[in-house]
Design a protein around this ligand. Structure first.
Ligand code: NAD
Ligand code: UFG
Length: 337
């Protein structure tokens, strides 16, 4: 099988993708600057697979360090997860986000080009649809950015489009993730956010484990069935498997593809709370709060293009997502530390 270079491979989605790549016979090399993750995730990967993945603690902004890695290995493809992802922080520190995500990606693309490695899978986000005017969201929906983080994703999508137009030897899959949650079924790997979580599922699991007193539900006056926001939660293992399908697809039918990775199902905040309570047996106290700035009422994917192009479909339901998130949190109340 092929040798895959994974940037951001110690992070939440990256580490789960590394695990699935190894389980499916790929050889993997990981780089990450550990700014938002721990190398312990790769120890957990080793415990599950018996494979010790070569790991480079390096920064995308350090082009020489990246070139040195490419000089040591012959990669068939690159899966590019590395980047900063907190929306609020991106509003406070836009220059840092643009530099890290965009300059970092430009460095990676240059090093790939210099080494004639031209197969890339890129982590984009449904944030590129801005405030969607209709759901489900298909790939031809209008694109816009409503914060600097989203602008970095959109800009990188445009850079990849222009690069492909200039040189069609490139093969690229731009994957627009909806809301990744859950954890490997083993309960030994999962999401380990720094500080108080921004996202719903890790917040819920931290309430369940007693680290936080109650969930703040942001808005109960949206035009949805129970007034709370609707999202398309996708199990991180399904998401990881989507990357394997993308690598295979680029090999069989080269080109540039963009597709959503979501389930196509929309669940409200209260649906998630109920499903989590059922899966864990733990009650989640919550209080309604005002809407959070910038949140859409509803965002869920039209997942048909991924099925057509990649032969991929999400298989795990909300109950499984909650069970696996809970198993990870209860076995690792302090995450990887
Ligand atoms: P994560 O923070 O767990 O992983 C990202 C990794 O990139 C981290 O390990 C971090 O240390 C590393 N990193 C950041 N800047 C770097 C740099 N300059 N050099 C080297 N490493 C660097 O986040 P995640 O949830 O696993 O997200 C992975 C990718 O998916 C990101 O690009 C993110 O924007 C995208 N994405 C995430 C979500 C989500 O909700 N989790 C949704 C859509 C898209
Ligand atoms: N929510 C709460 N309480 C919380 C956290 C979230 O009620 O403590 C609600 C939100 O208002 C929203 C839903 O739960 O209705 C989901 O919120 P998340 O923060 O988990 O996810 P978002 O859809 O807001 O954002 C995620 C990523 C962003 C990315 C976006 C689109 O965090 O980085 O998906 O990809 F831009």
């Amino acid at each position: 099988m092929s040798k895959v270079f994974v940037t951001g491979g110690t992070g939440y989605i990256g580490s789960h993708t590394v695990l699935e790549l190894l389980r499916n016979g790929h050889e993997v090399v990981v780089m990450d600057n550990l700014s938002n993750s721990s190398a312990e995730s790769l120890n957990r990967v080793k415990a599950l697979t018996g494979i010790s993945v070569p790991f480079y603690q390096a920064d995308l902004l350090d082009k020489e360090a990246m070139s040195a890695i490419f000089a040591e290995h012959t990669f068939e493809s690159v899966v590019h997860f590395a980047g900063l992802k907190a929306v609020g922080e991106s509003v406070e520190k836009p220059l840092w986000y643009y530099k890290n995500n965009i300059t970092g990606t430009l460095n990676l693309l240059e090093v790939m080009q210099e080494n004639r490695v031209k197969n890339l899978v890129f982590s984009s986000s449904c944030t590129v649809y801005g405030e969607p005017d209709k759901v489900p969201i298909s790939e031809d929906a209008p694109l816009s950015a409503v914060n600097p983080y989203g602008q970095t994703k959109l800009t990188i999508e445009y850079i990849l489009r222009d690069l492909f137009q200039a040189d069609q030897d490139w093969n690229m899959a731009i994957l627009r993730y909806f809301n990744p949650v859950g954890a490997d079924q083993s309960g030994t790997m999962g999401e380990d956010p720094n500080g108080i979580p921004n996202n719903l599922m890790p917040y819920v699991t931290q309430v369940a484990v007693g680290h936080l007193p109650y969930l703040r539900v942001f808005g109960n006056d949206y035009p949805t069935q129970d007034g709370t926001g609707i999202r398309d939660y996708i199990h991180v293992t399904d998401l990881a498997l989507g990357h394997l399908k993308a690598i295979e697809t680029l090999r069989l039918s080269p080109g540039l593809i963009r597709c959503n990775l979501g389930t196509g199902n929309g669940y409200s905040v209260l649906d998630v709370v109920k499903a989590f309570e059922t899966a864990s047996g733990v009650a989640i106290p919550y209080q309604f709060m005002p809407r959070r700035a910038g949140d859409a009422a509803a965002a869920y994917a039209d997942p048909t293009l991924a099925e057509t192009l990649l032969g991929w479909r999400a298989e795990r339901d909300l109950e499984q997502m909650c069970k696996d998130s809970w198993k990870w949190q209860v076995n690792n109340p302090n995450g990887y530390s």
